[in-house]
Design a protein around this ligand. Structure first.
Ligand code: UDP
Ligand code: UDP
Ligand code: UDP
Length: 469
């Protein structure tokens, strides 16, 4: 018998990860990178040369110093002419610029040793990266940073934007849209730019949606139990590659975490399940009027709260004082019961703290998965983009509730009384607590050991890569 080890089992897949702009995109990629390392893959991480937020650059450097074995490539994205962009959102401009130049990563990864076995890339760079992958003869997997349901909507966009559908969409009597295999989608949950096929946001997504069929598979930060119906429906659609739920993606540990955590001593002193955690993610700022209504609604609810406040989209610009924004008297009155922060926190760690009993959130998909993993009931307050569709998903799964009349972010001023009522419901609804707890149990099952559905899925993908497939 040969004493040589089997070359197939020794082959270590080398995966190039290519996220898009913003913490909402970087975070799932780093979680995936950490998971791939733990399964003995070699990882190359491609990040854009300058990031939009400070949070992104801090996070990348802490992650790389914890994992020096990762090969890091900085991709200098050619800047966009400001006049070419229809948006003034810096994250959006970066995502558009990265999308347009994604094919330029070819020379950066074509001569790596060992050669790469696959690319895992963001949806927004899909069309360019498919071409690179095809030249290199390796598979490209898309890593989706949204719900399966919103992905289905994006995948169907090229058809939705045909003239027949556009006429339907502009008909005021039309309230829902049919997408094959899926329950009808309320038009009110459509991101407003989707009504305009010429909007650069829509145009970019359509181009990548067309490229979906040519990638090897779509890795979803979701799990069977959470989006069961949508997953069964979408997997039978011929215009899509396999949909591979591998979530909730797990948090990673850092050797040197730069977060201050001044909230921990306060949180440690609060009774179990008593605190409402309020956070609208990494890049959603509310108007000052809305912030004041939220402040008064929270105070009137009488519940303890930990509130992560943002007044600017980009963290570097967020310089206003909490006292100036909310008034010194509010801070004085609520100092026993509440804490307001205006800094980067470890959100997933806060959600895992026993004192947290409810989560008021904008439904960024990472936040939804973080709450799902811990079974924390959510009051969804979607603001932009995919968030209303995500709110429908989490409500259906039993993780939370929302009030559809609150509209998109900034559409109308949601009054303190409405907020007070909903926060009260969030913290007292025993049925919701039970169903959210069940979601947490199912999430943990999905990611458990080798038997969990999400774990099995990622292991199968890695196995294919080991066999050079
Ligand atoms: N986050 C965090 N600390 C903060 C703000 C945000 O850890 O101070 C994390 C949050 O846990 C999530 C990500 O940043 O993982 C934000 O992504 P999400 O999809 O929830 O929303 P987005 O910021 O993209 O709107
Ligand atoms: N968007 C978002 N968060 C923000 C700002 C914008 O998710 O803080 C979304 C917005 O809903 C839209 C896309 O980003 O889906 C493009 O934004 P833009 O400002 O170009 O859209 P518009 O102003 O035309 O609605
Ligand atoms: N999207 C993406 N990459 C990007 C920007 C957007 O894949 O860089 C997709 C993604 O599915 C996202 C949706 O477009 O959920 C809506 O984008 P938006 O900017 O509104 O939200 P966000 O990027 O914060 O998720």
């Amino acid at each position: 018998m040969s004493t040589f080890p089997d070359s197939v089992t020794l082959f270590q897949p080398h995966i190039a990860l290519f996220p898009s702009a913003g913490m909402g995109h970087l975070t799932p990629f780093l979680r995936l990178a950490s998971m791939l390392l733990s399964h003995n893959c070699k990882v190359t991480l491609i990040t854009t040369k300058s990031t939009v937020s400070l949070a992104e650059s801090t996070c990348i450097s802490s992650f790389l110093s914890t994992h020096p074995e990762i090969n890091h490539i900085e991709f200098q994205v050619p800047p966009m002419e400001p006049s070419n962009s229809t948006s003034d959102d810096p994250f959006f401009i970066q995502f558009e610029a990265t999308s347009r130049s994604s094919h330029l990563i070819h020379p950066l990864i074509s001569s790596l040793t060992p050669p790469i076995s696959a690319i895992f890339s963001d949806f927004v760079v899909l069309s360019g990266v498919n071409k690179v992958a095809s030249v290199l003869g390796v598979p490209n997997y898309t890593v989706s940073t949204t719900s399966v349901k919103f992905l289905s909507l994006m995948a169907y966009l090229p058809i939705i934007l045909t003239s027949e559908y556009s006429t339907k969409l502009s008909d005021h009597n039309c309230t829902e849209i049919e997408i094959p295999g899926l329950t009808p989608l309320p038009i009110s949950s459509f991101p407003p730019p989707f009504f305009n096929p010429n909007h650069i946001f829509t145009a970019t997504l359509v181009e990548n949606a067309r490229a979906l069929k040519d990638c090897k598979g779509i890795l979803m930060n979701s799990f069977d139990f959470f989006e069961n119906e949508t997953l069964s429906a979408i997997n039978s659609l011929s215009y899509l590659p396999p949909i591979l739920p591998i979530g909730p993606l797990q948090a990673y540990e850092l050797k040197k975490d730069q977060i201050q955590r001044r909230y921990l001593p306060w949180l440690n002193n609060q009774p179990e399940g008593s605190v409402v955690f309020v956070s609208f993610g990494s890049r959603t700022a509310m108007s000052k009027d809305q912030i004041r209504e939220l402040r008064d609604g929270l105070e009137k609810s009488g519940y303890r709260f930990l509130w992560l406040l943002k007044t600017k989209k980009v963290d570097k610009d967020d310089k206003e004082d909490v006292e100036d924004l909310l008034s010194i008297s509010f801070i004085e009155r609520t100092k026993e019961k509440g804490m307001v922060l205006k800094e980067w926190v470890n959100q997933q760690e806060i959600l895992g703290h026993p004192a947290i009993g409810g989560f008021v959130n904008h439904c960024g998909w990472n936040s939804v998965m973080e709450a799902a993993q811990r079974g924390i009931p959510m009051l969804a307050w979607p603001q932009h983009g995919d968030q209303r569709v995500n709110a429908e998903v989490l409500e259906k799964a039993g993780l939370g509730m929302w009030d559809r009349t609150w509209g998109w972010g900034g559409q109308r001023l949601v009054k303190q009384g409405e907020i007070q009522t909903k926060v009260f419901q969030l913290m007292t609804d025993e049925k919701l607590k039970r169903s959210a707890k069940k979601v947490g149990e199912e999430a943990r099952k999905a990611t458990a050991g080798n038997g969990g559905s999400s774990t099995k899925t990622i292991l199968e993908v890695i196995e294919l890569l080991k066999q050079n497939k």
